[in-house]
Ligand binder design. Structure first.
Ligand SMILES: [Fe+2]
Length: 344
């Protein structure tokens, strides 16, 4: 992979505590040994993690300003009207905002170990009937790499990439997202969607509940989850922050900036992660999360009978109100792009 030098972050509208907090195992990282690599698993999966989400949004400039000045990312590149934002981890960018008439999910990019594995995964998804798979080719957008894109059985666009640029200054920073933790997708046929990612990409099922399948391609309990729903929409995007205190301080920063908590602060069942949910200006549901459970081949896969909270609770702690009506509506609004325009 390419390795790019240290860059200065722009100044932020919020203060960052100077006191270092305990960091997670996955936080260590340097060029050639990116933070994300510490959670890889030596299974048959050729994927190493969830790299980025590509959104189409009506107002790229104001949306990018929110993600940089409030949410805690940093703009790393602009290209053909799109803005690319990074976390404090090694990935070149974890969010790309492209101009579109309405907010839509253009793609989900998963990192592979090598170009050879990109090609192998291309063969695997094609053999399993993926629609509109593009050929593997060099990527022309910022961050570069070698990738192909395909549609899963419900038409969601995934991209597999390797050899993309990584930052050499990866380090956890209190109150700021390091990288993506997971993407959750509403699915009209979650069982079929899960089977496709398991069979074609080597994902493993970590847990199943009455409403969701949780899948992993590294040691994170889940990188992707499918929620059983009436339609195929973006449920939410979760950003990993260093610790619980960062979830709380980030939540305070969002409240100060006029974005109320839509669900949380709480601790989930599957994944055992702490959470706080909000709605971004583009309409996407976004989550600060921390303390995500690690899972390996000894992980016992739970089923619906294993998960449930006592009446009146929607998390382990029991202090949060249920998800707001606003968040439930937002999770059904953002559709997937119909083309592969973001695959290059
Ligand atoms: Fe989540």
């Amino acid at each position: 992979m390419a390795c790019i030098g240290v860059r200065s972050f722009p100044s932020f509208a919020f203060s960052i505590s100077a006191k270092a907090k305990p960091i997670r195992e996955a936080a260590a990282g340097a060029c050639g040994a990116p933070a994300e690599a510490t959670r890889e698993i030596d299974v048959e999966s050729k994927l190493t993690g969830l790299r980025s989400v590509e959104l189409g949004v009506p107002d790229v400039a104001s949306d990018a300003k929110f993600y940089a000045e409030v949410w805690g990312l940093a703009t790393v590149a602009e290209h053909r009207g799109a803005v690319y934002l990074r976390g404090t981890g090694a990935y070149h960018h974890i969010l790309a905002l492209h101009p579109r008439p309405a907010t839509e999910l253009l793609g989900i990019t998963l990192a592979a170990r090598s170009r050879a594995d990109v090609d192998a995964l291309h063969a695997a998804v094609t053999a399993r009937g993926a629609r509109s798979a593009t050929n593997s080719a060099p990527v022309s957008e910022p961050g570069g790499g070698y990738a192909f894109a395909f549609k899963d059985p419900e038409g969601r666009i995934f991209r597999i990439i390797a050899d993309d640029a990584r930052h050499s200054d990866a380090a956890p920073v209190p109150d700021r997202p390091e990288r993506l933790a997971h993407v959750v997708l509403n699915s009209a046929d979650a069982s079929a969607a899960t089977k496709f990612l398991v069979d074609a990409l080597g994902f493993k099922v970590s847990d199943r509940t009455r409403v969701m399948d949780f899948l992993r391609c590294n040691r994170d309990h889940h990188n992707v989850a499918f929620a059983r729903s009436r339609a195929s929409t973006l449920h939410h995007v979760a950003y990993l922050v260093p610790d619980l205190d960062s979830v709380m301080r980030g939540t305070g920063r969002m409240k100060d900036s006029g974005y109320p908590i839509e669900w949380g602060v709480g601790r989930h069942g599957p994944g055992n992660n702490v959470f706080a949910y909000f709605i971004a200006p583009d309409g996407a549901v976004i989550e600060y999360t921390a303390e995500v459970e690690e899972a390996d081949d000894t992980h016992k896969v739970g089923g619906p009978q294993d998960w449930g909270f006592q009446p009146g609770r929607t998390d382990q702690w029991g202090i949060t109100a249920p998800p707001s009506a606003r968040i439930k509506a937002a999770q059904e609004k953002i559709l997937f792009a119909g083309d592969l325009a973001c695959s290059g």
